[in-house]
Design a protein around this ligand. Structure first.
Ligand code: SF4
Length: 693
């Protein structure tokens, strides 16, 4: 006899929130999830989970899910429910019409880091093969694109170097611009365990994060001013070089020596001494020297970093500076060390791996390479364009200029998540056809002409790749409520466009990926079922995957030192905007909150608050809990104040989980010089008392 609430069977799948990639058993009664139980054999989580993965899956059956396709001629018109065929034909006619009128390059698309590897692969295939251009980008553009650039330049691979298990061999943990206790909680627990066992902790962050405040460990906290990462990390290098703490044997064997010498001369300059940089960075020179000595001499040193590194005008430079630091101290190529980006979204690593950037085919191979392109052309039976396409900000600019008129957005609320909302609105309003493929009518859908209902992670088969390059199965536990999994929707949209793609199951898509991608040649669903997961590269040389990279040699050959000149951001404070705003997350919400806000549970009831130092609050007559107006050169919004000395004087901080806060109304257009990753983490602002929104 089955009682109400008692599961009948269970299916192992992977959490669809953060880049930790916790494995869960979905305990089912028919098509209904009874509960999600962290899977003890999950290699990334070992039976642990956080509140989001365990309890915040209710959005999959939320009443606001849109289950029927909708179309409209103009964004002023009401939505009209139509059949799938009508929606596909409408969208295809619009896109073909745009290409006939404005040219082949006038359309493009954005893949989703929330979707599976297979779905992401199909979207870029549709754009390259069906649209005939390379106007494909991904939300990694606005988070970890500098990681891809910086690590590929220095080490030769666009990914973190270690597995999570590596932390168990770490003696010194350096966290830069990340708050794993909120954003990667299950990995944070493993970090804290290692710290309780005696590892030392160094934190570079403008804010005293939960990791700094942890009762169990004493952290060396460097509360740098937002925007000065390059100066601080280069000053750490200055101490390591001038105090002769370099691991010369490692550098001689593993790196290009002449580039190293050039770098040594650069970082040894007096202008990068802790004392000289202190004025601009706000970091006590004594603390900075101590941090450099501990990292260089304290045993195995591992660096973990997040969006506080990448979302800056010098995001790529900071990633390079971090890689320099690891190479100079020999902290690379064995367990316990390394350079580890803490990826935000469940599959942001995978979406990058799958060729979502406008200049790269799957496996990070440049589109201009004739041999690589010919391989894809033969498999896809098309002729590919060898010119890199538009990045997301270029698409917006081109739309406003009238040359980019059609956009297919899968699983990404660009209006809420991209910087300078006014500019995004202007771009979307200029387009003749925006296709939103999503679970909910998100903010971007306000400017869409076609809405294609999306499917949740519980309704599809596929794979996600987590922050440690671990490829794990996502398994369907219920029939798609909207009728189709996302991979099927892309295939049908492509067919309507006249571009045929034939797959019976996502495993066949993975087989194609493996056939075309050298780092994936050993990956198959059979292997994933047998081993539970594998970390790429997984090929003939490493049939069971690669937990730690760059052992014995860098992927690019010799490790490359690159000088990292500090250049202050153009976003300057002044009399009108004297404070610097930076942003982050809380544990119980996820990014723009599209899923967590749609889960019925008191835990999720939160609001975005503005943290203000007591000194700055007093100067402006603001008390704890007051409404304040937060204004920048780009726009303004209203939030409640939280008075706290977690932030330094001159710095304010907020989260961005709620659409009513519209935090991105105030962020600017400045972006990373190499990748256009927006500078979310530095905005000059003013605050003043307000009566509320
Ligand atoms: Fe999901 Fe990340 Fe929480 Fe794990 S730590 S349950 S992957 S949100």
């Amino acid at each position: 006899v089955i009682e109400i609430g008692q599961p009948e069977h269970s299916v192992v799948t992977t959490c669809a929130y953060c880049g930790v990639g916790c494995a869960f058993k979905a305990e089912m009664r028919g098509e209904e999830v009874v509960r999600m139980v962290p899977w003890k054999d999950g290699k990334a989580n070992r039976g642990h989970s956080c509140v989001k993965g365990r309890f915040a899956w209710g959005y999959t059956t939320h009443k606001e899910r849109i289950l029927k396709p909708m179309i409209r001629e103009r964004i002023e018109d009401p939505w009209q429910e139509v059949s799938w065929d009508e929606a596909f034909n409408f969208a295809a006619a619009k896109f073909k019409g745009i290409q006939a009128k404005y040219g082949r390059d006038a359309v493009g698309g954005i893949t989703s880091s929330r979707c599976t590897n297979e779905e992401t692969y199909l979207v870029q295939k549709l754009i390259r093969g069906g649209f005939g251009n390379n106007n494909v980008d991904t939300c990694a553009r606005v988070c970890h694109s500098p990681t891809g650039y910086g690590l590929s330049q220095t080490f030769g691979t666009s990914a973190g170097t270690q597995d999570f298990d590596s932390v168990e061999d770490t003696d010194v943990v350096m966290i830069i611009g990340a708050n794993p206790a909120s954003a990667h909680p299950v990995f944070a627990s493993r970090l804290k365990k290692r710290l309780r066992q005696g590892a030392k902790l160094i934190v570079l962050d403008p804010r005293r994060t939960e990791m700094v405040e942890s009762a169990h460990v004493k952290a060396l906290h460097l509360p740098l001013m937002p925007g000065t990462n390059v100066a601080v990390v280069t000053a750490l290098a200055h101490v390591i070089v001038t105090e002769r703490l370099v691991n010369e044997a490692f550098v001689r064997e593993r790196c290009d020596w002449s580039e190293f010498e050039e770098w040594v001369a650069f970082v040894a300059q007096d202008k990068y001494s802790p004392e000289a940089t202190a004025i601009m960075t706000g970091v006590d020179p004594k603390v900075l020297r101590e941090a450099a000595r501990i990292y260089a001499t304290g045993g195995n040193g591992a660096i973990y970093y997040g969006l506080g590194v990448t979302e800056h005008s010098q995001g790529s430079t900071t990633v390079i500076a971090i890689a320099n630091l690891a190479m100079a101290t020999g902290n690379i190529g064995r367990p316990g060390v390394g350079v580890n980006p803490l990826r935000g979204q469940n599959n942001v690593q995978g979406s990058c791996d799958m060729g979502s950037f406008p200049h790269e085919l799957p496996g990070y191979r440049h589109i201009s390479g004739d041999a690589v392109r010919e391989q894809f052309e033969a498999m896809w039976n098309v002729k590919l364009n060898k010119e890199p396409g538009l990045r997301i900000p270029n698409m917006f600019d081109a739309a406003i200029e009238g040359t980019f008129m059609g956009l297919y957005v899968q699983g990404e609320d660009i209006l809420q998540s991209d910087p300078n909302t006014k500019h995004v609105v202007a771009a979307l309003s200029s387009m003749e056809c925006v296709i939103v493929h999503d679970l909910f009518l998100n903010e971007t859908a306000n400017y869409a002409h076609v809405f294609l209902p999306g499917s949740s992670f519980l309704e599809k088969d596929g794979t996600f790749t987590n922050a440690e390059r671990r490829i794990q199965r996502v398994r369907k536990v219920m029939t798609p409520r909207n009728g189709y999994a996302d991979w099927e929707v892309t295939i049908l949209l492509a067919k309507a466009m006249g571009f045929e793609m034939h797959y019976n199951h996502p495993s066949e898509i993975m087989d194609e990926i493996a056939a075309l991608t050298p780092t994936f040649t050993g990956v198959s669903y059979a292997k994933l079922d047998e081993l539970g997961s594998v970390q790429w590269p997984c090929n003939e040389k490493a049939p069971e995957g690669t937990p730690v990279m760059h052992i014995g040699g860098f992927v690019r050959g010799k490790g490359k030192f690159i000088v990292t000149e500090y250049v202050a951001t153009d976003e300057r404070t002044g009399p009108r905007y004297p404070l610097l705003l930076t942003t982050g997350r809380i544990l119980s919400q996820y990014n723009v909150g599209a899923q967590t806000r749609r889960t019925e549970n008191a835990v999720w009831h939160s609001e975005d608050r503005l943290e203000i130092h007591p000194h700055d609050a007093e100067q402006r007559g603001v008390r704890d809990g007051d409404w304040v107006r937060l204004a920048s050169r780009a726009g303004e919004t209203t939030l409640r104040a939280e008075i706290t000395d977690r932030v330094s004087p001159g710095v304010v901080y907020t989260t961005f989980h709620h659409p009513d806060t519209q935090a991105n109304v105030i962020t600017t257009d400045f972006s990373d010089w190499a990748t256009n990753c927006p500078e979310y983490k530095v905005t000059a602002v003013q605050i003043s008392p307000s009566n509320g929104p």
